[in-house]
Design a binder for this molecule. Structure first.
Ligand SMILES: O=C(O)CCC(=O)C(=O)O
Length: 265
């Protein structure tokens, strides 16, 4: 699977594209089971809600072989190579689950952290999201500012030490100020990103995005695979490997058949 020129143009203009039916129901089930297993881990790689339930897990490719194979899947890697015009490595992978009452993700750019904390030099990279649940307007979809990637790093982002998830999450997130958000939304607008289970989002790593609390009874489980070109590697190692890559070797894509075989072993 690769992208058409129209899809590449849409990615350049808006900052993202969504492809439907990339994974079938059996693959979605396989990935969901693997993700739920990883979210059971007790370690610091799992971030939690105030009530202790898991909300996010970083570095899924380091802890589960099926998810490691997903991170090399041709349907993720080939389009990313086309969009970035280079070989890629995985800078960060993560599982994000929003259960009922699952909490907000404040406005940010993934590149903001990768640059300021991990030393990734250039605003070049793709945030890939694999949808494992149907995401509609009602179960807290991603919200994103189209075109915001054209600004690079958008602002004096700040960290908030009073935030309850400071040590694991917001210490590193560099939330975007209300003033900057008001300007961006006035200039570019704001959109929801909805898609059915099995779809894949490719988003420029500098697009400003976030999400609200999920007050619906509908779970929202997404897997993220964030890739950068191999000539744009992290240069500082403040955070553990589950947050930020140490392995910068170009990924050799695996086929859908190899991916399915991994699920049978
Ligand atoms: O899934 C979401 O709501 C946003 C996740 C995200 O942007 C992040 O974890 O950095």
């Amino acid at each position: 699977m690769d992208l058409t020129e129209d899809q590449c143009q849409e990615f350049r203009d808006r900052g993202w594209i969504v492809l439907s039916d990339v994974f079938g129901p059996e693959e979605v089930e396989l990935l969901s089971d693997a993700a739920l297993d990883v979210l059971e881990r007790p370690g610091p790689e799992v971030g939690r809600e105030a009530d202790g339930s898991p909300h996010v897990s970083w570095g899924m490719h380091l802890f589960n072989e099926q998810l490691a194979v997903l991170c090399r899947h041709e349907n993720l890697i080939n389009p990313s190579r086309t969009l970035l015009d280079n070989e890629v490595y995985v800078h960060q992978s993560r599982i994000n689950i929003k259960q009922t009452n699952g909490s907000i993700v404040a406005w940010h750019q993934d590149f903001g952290t990768y640059h300021r904390v991990d030393g990734v030099p250039h605003p070049k990279g793709v945030m890939i999201a694999v949808f494992l649940d149907d995401v509609t307007e009602v179960n807290a979809p991603l919200l994103a500012v189209p075109g915001s990637h054209k600004e690079g790093l958008v602002s004096t982002a700040s960290v908030d030490p009073s935030s309850p998830d400071f040590e694991q999450v917001s210490k590193y997130r560099y939330d975007i100020t209300d003033e900057t958000m008001a300007r961006l939304v006035d200039q570019y607008g704001l959109e929801t990103i909805t898609a059915s289970a099995g779809s894949v989002l490719f988003m420029d790593m500098t697009v400003v995005h976030g999400s609200t609390v999920n007050i619906s009874p509908l779970r929202r489980l997404l897997l993220y695979v964030n890739v950068c070109p191999v000539d744009n590697r992290g240069e500082t190692y403040e955070r553990p490997e589950y947050y930020a890559a140490r392995d910068f070797a170009p990924i050799i894509p695996v086929s859908s058949e190899e991916f399915q075989l991994a699920g049978q072993t």
